[in-house]
Design a protein around this ligand. Structure first.
Ligand SMILES: Nc1ncnc2c1ncn2[C@@H]1O[C@H](COP(=O)(O)OP(=O)(O)OP(=O)(O)O)[C@@H](O)[C@H]1O
Length: 251
């Protein structure tokens, strides 16, 4: 499978603190990769490095490269609006805008210049269907998104991400605020979306990593200790530290 993202000797510093150390990773296209590891090991930092969200934090410095489709996103001529259109992100807490369901979805396309009402209507329906949410909300598109349940909000946020046609979707513990049924729906959705998108998910839930991902990277103290097929990581890891972590000896 072709590599969509190639991380080459990437380091990240918050001031004097080095949060990522010589990270190297090649992520396949149209697949789900899980990032696991104990709290504070750098998973979210790594995820946020891919769409340069860390740039917004004062005192952050990076070295090395993160190439998407062969092009280093840390090049000085990288357009950040373009990058974040291509690389969408879903956070731990669902964060719909306090507008209608419809307006949440059309927000991105409108910013990117789309005004045709028919096209916008179409995007709303297509993305809500993709997010397995259409049937639940089709009769209340003009109602405020804050009135949806947490699980519905998270699927709406995903639909909003899909509306700007990304290639890559970053998910930072997207199910950690959801109940088991909403979590199951979100996981089904992730498995469906990998047909079309490259997905990277940070999760503390090992069963979740095992259920949704094909490859898993284990992080510890800012380093990637092991990266392999998920099945192998969970049944026969090569590194003792990975084994200790997945068997619950620490973390
Ligand atoms: N904005 C920041 N400023 C300074 N240090 C930070 C910042 N964000 C994270 N760090 C530090 O970088 C390290 C990695 O944090 P990060 O949030 O990436 O870990 P994580 O593996 O995602 O943790 P968790 O699972 O708890 O979310 C930690 O030592 C953390 O304290």
């Amino acid at each position: 499978m072709a590599s969509k993202i190639e991380v080459k000797d990437f380091n990240l510093f918050y001031g004097d603190h080095q949060a990522l150390i010589d990270t190297e990773l090649e992520l396949p296209e149209k697949d789900v990769t899980a990032l696991i590891g104990p709290s504070g090991c750098g998973k979210s930092t790594f995820l946020r490095s891919i769409n340069r969200m860390n740039d917004m934090i004062d005192g952050v410095r990076t070295t090395g490269e993160i190439c998407i489709d062969g092009r280093d996103v840390y090049n000085t001529d990288q357009d950040l609006v373009e990058l974040r259109k291509k690389v969408g992100m879903v956070f731990q807490q669902p964060n719909p805008f306090p507008f209608s369901i419809y307006d949440n979805i059309v927000y991105g396309p409108k910013i990117h210049g789309l005004t045709d009402k028919k096209k916008l209507d179409e995007i709303v329906e297509v993305t809500l269907r993709q997010a397995n949410l259409w049937d639940e909300v089709k009769d209340r598109l003009k109602q405020n998104a804050m009135g949806l349940s947490g699980g519905q909000q998270q699927r709406l946020v995903l639909a909003r991400v899909l509306a700007v046609e990304p290639d890559i979707i970053l998910m930072d513990e997207p199910a950690s605020a959801l109940d088991p049924i909403s979590t199951e729906k979100l996981e089904e959705l992730i498995i469906k979306l990998k047909e079309e998108y490259t997905i990277i998910i940070v999760t503390h839930n090992m069963q979740q990593a095992a259920r949704v991902s094909s490859r898993t990277a284990f992080f510890l103290n800012g380093e990637i200790i092991e990266y392999d097929e998920t099945n192998r990581i969970f049944t026969n890891p090569s590194n003792k530290k990975t084994e200790d972590y997945i068997t619950g000896r620490f973390g």
